[in-house]
Ligand binder design. Structure first.
Ligand code: B12
Ligand code: SF4
Length: 447
């Protein structure tokens, strides 16, 4: 038996920012070695639809759903069964089943061996799900599946799953529930040692969901002399000792969701800790003093945003010499409370933007209150372009404690900014998937 793993892109064609799709390293390690496996990642290479295979296993996010369904249809026309997993099929299994033979809801661990047995007998079931969130541990991602592929030079490692917060636009709570799980620290350390890379991205949605466990991990990382990145919530800046420990253990940059400079917006998105620590300046200073570069993210379209909000956020990000920043239109994804709310308020522009042939990447998907949808689209693009001008890049570089700290940091700063600058123009305004219609056309309304 041969399984072909497929990672679709947002659209037909390549991207510059492709990192390892970690889920396939996990699936590979859960698959018996006598089963042949191949991986095709459309961000790096075309998908060879004619190559013989017995099962196609795809990972699908909301932004890649349209493209995934098109690729799946091409395989199924040749009689190859397709199974889908990941965020989007977990939230909308019935939609995914219109384009695939089977769907895995939630984590792969605990159900993948059953999928393989059933596929081997030609008896795939439509739905595989585990209703519990089993403890993490005992699975070491097998990265040999990425051999020979030109991914970004950073190794993705997951310590834990889930977030203790529940921002109304975010998919994480809907996917992982309220359960917070971490792998044993020794396993993570062993995995990092074995992968041979010292540049690590800890992909946890919030590395500080459990402070004692985070401290345990950071202390174990100190001897490895890594350069690592992560995502954190801003409340952690009020424990400067912890931030210094992060830095000592090798953290060079942290993605922080600032989201908005407006308090009322933060209340609306349920980001209570950003409201509590609304003095962003003090928090930023804590990271800067520790030598950690900040990747700030902002979202626009909440009720208290106006057309002036974009320039304010860009000025704030440049003034604080953020290493990178993102300025996105608020986008309702299935599974997030925001989607249901906007649907009830009749404010969605598309019933399902992720499948709609008229939707374009970077465009507004709903009618905001403080501006028009077109102003939201244009404001986000303008903010991204302004943040990524050459003069902004030079001004932000002048941060000796963070962006200019070492020659390695300068390299990371320049490379990341150049890739980000190129990707903005490359992605903006593109149709998701290819221009071919979805066949069969999807029926029904998402739950
Ligand atoms: C790292 C990351 C990135 C990296 C890229 C990662 C990469 N591999 O190239 C960067 C920063 C570039 C990025 C970009 C974006 N990202 Co991102 N990203 C993540 C993050 C933080 C970690 C991903 C990861 O490695 N997870 C660890 C693996 C092991 O988990 P997993 O993929 O879920 O897989 C498990 C299960 O889902 C399941 N599974 C998954 N696939 C399959 C397939 C099969 C067949 C089976 C059986 C099981 C299975 O098994 C795995 C093990 O249990 C996630 C959040 C998260 N916690 O996952 C967001 C996340 C996936 N990203 C998200 C988004 C929205 C984006 C962007 C679209 C943002 C934007 N507006 O541009 C872009 C574009 C992404 C794209 N499709 O090209 C959303 C997706 C939400 C959704 N509803 O789809 C997430 C969930 C973040 C969030 N908080 O909402 N991202
Ligand atoms: S803190 Fe981040 S991961 Fe957690 S719910 Fe909010 S946006 Fe999602």
């Amino acid at each position: 038996m041969k399984i072909t793993f497929v990672r679709p892109n947002l659209y037909e064609g390549r991207s510059l920012d492709a990192m390892h799709p970690l889920c396939f390293a996990i699936l590979r390690s859960l698959t018996p070695p006598d089963i042949a496996m191949a991986l095709y990642d459309e961000r790096l290479e075309p998908i060879p639809l004619d190559e013989p295979t017995d099962l196609v296993a795809m990972t699908v996010e909301t932004y890649t759903a349209r493209r995934a369904y098109q690729i799946a249809t091409a395989y199924r026309r040749r009689g190859v069964p397709v199974i889908m997993g990941g965020y989007h099929p977990t939230f909308l299994p019935n939609e995914a089943l219109q384009f695939s033979d089977a769907v895995v809801v939630g984590d792969a661990e605990g159900v993948w061996s059953r999928v393989i047995e059933d596929a081997g007998r030609g008896q795939l079931q439509p739905l595989y799900r585990q209703d519990e969130f089993p403890a993490l541990g005992g699975v070491t991602p097998d990265r040999s599946i990425f051999r020979g592929k030109r991914y970004a030079p950073v190794t993705l490692v997951q310590y834990g799953r889930g977030c203790k917060y529940n921002c109304n636009f975010c998919s994480i709570r809907a996917f992982y529930g309220t359960v917070l799980r971490q792998r044993p620290v020794a396993e993570v350390v062993e995995e990092i040692k074995r992968c041979g890379s010292r540049t690590i991205f800890l992909v946890d949605d919030n590395i500080f969901v459990d402070i004692p466990r985070a401290v345990e991990l950071f202390e174990a990382l100190i001897p490895l002399r890594l350069a690592w990145s992560c995502q954190v919530s801003i409340d952690i800046a009020h424990e400067p000792e912890l931030v210094r420990l992060m830095a000592r253990s090798g953290c060079i940059n942290a993605l922080i969701g600032f989201e908005s400079l407006n308090r009322d917006n933060l209340v609306q998105m349920r980001k209570a800790w950003n409201v509590k620590y609304h003095d962003y300046q003090t928090s930023i200073e804590v990271f800067r003093n520790a030598g950690i570069m900040i990747y700030g993210t902002f979202v626009f379209g909440y009720d208290h945003d106006t057309t002036a909000s974009f320039d304010e956020a860009v000025a704030f990000a440049i003034r604080n010499k953020f290493y990178l920043a993102n300025f996105n239109p608020l986008t309702p994804t299935p599974g997030a409370d925001l989607y249901r709310q906007l649907q009830e308020e009749n404010r969605l522009i598309y019933e399902r933007w992720w499948l709609d042939p008229d939707f374009r990447y970077g465009h507004a998907t709903f009618h905001p209150r403080g501006m028009t949808a077109d102003e939201l689209t244009a404001g986000c693009l303008r903010a991204r372009l302004r943040f990524n001008t050459w003069s902004s890049l030079c001004r932000r570089a002048l941060a000796p404690r963070t962006n200019l700290r070492t020659p390695f940091r300068v390299g990371v700063y320049l490379l990341s900014n150049l890739i980000s600058k190129r990707e903005i123009l490359f992605k903006q305004g593109r149709q998701l998937g290819s221009s071919a219609p979805l066949n069969p056309p999807p029926v029904g309304v998402p739950a």
